[in-house]
Write a protein of this length. Structure first.
Length: 131
């Protein structure tokens, strides 16, 4: 899985809208065949108001690019949630699961939400401008 990058929901939204810092990064990773998404992003996009209008485009992005949520990922996400809650710096469960997936598979996460994710020990974050 070397060279692959998990892209967080905020960047996928930029890509779908065709603007914002995530649009260019997501497009480049897609072209380079390095883009990976998680089921968490699928969930978050489905909750959004634009899903039905962009359903086919969104589902096309996920095809053959989804990193699975398995038991090991879920347990790592639970470990993240537990550690952050104990330190008084908790983040949402969706972010914990997203981090757990990345940690389990050893993949970096590209996100603008560094404020949340930089609290996760061992999680490699990608600077949106650097890739």
């Amino acid at each position: 899985m070397a060279g692959l990058v998990v892209v967080d929901t905020d960047l996928v939204i930029d890509f779908l809208r065709g603007r914002g810092p995530g649009a260019q990064l997501t497009r480049r990773l897609l072209i380079e065949r390095r883009l990976r998404l998680t089921a968490v992003t699928g969930f978050e996009l489905r909750v959004g108001a634009e899903f039905l209008a962009r359903r086919d485009q969104i589902l096309g992005l996920f095809r053959s690019r989804t990193v699975p949520v398995d038991l090991a990922s879920a347990l790592r996400g639970g470990e993240v949630a537990s550690a952050l809650r104990a330190s008084g710096t908790g983040i949402g469960f969706a972010d914990c699961i997203q981090a757990g997936i990345c940690l389990r598979y050893g993949l970096p996460l590209a996100t603008r939400n560094r404020k949340h994710f930089e609290r996760v020990e061992g999680l490699q974050l990608i600077d949106v401008e650097a890739v």
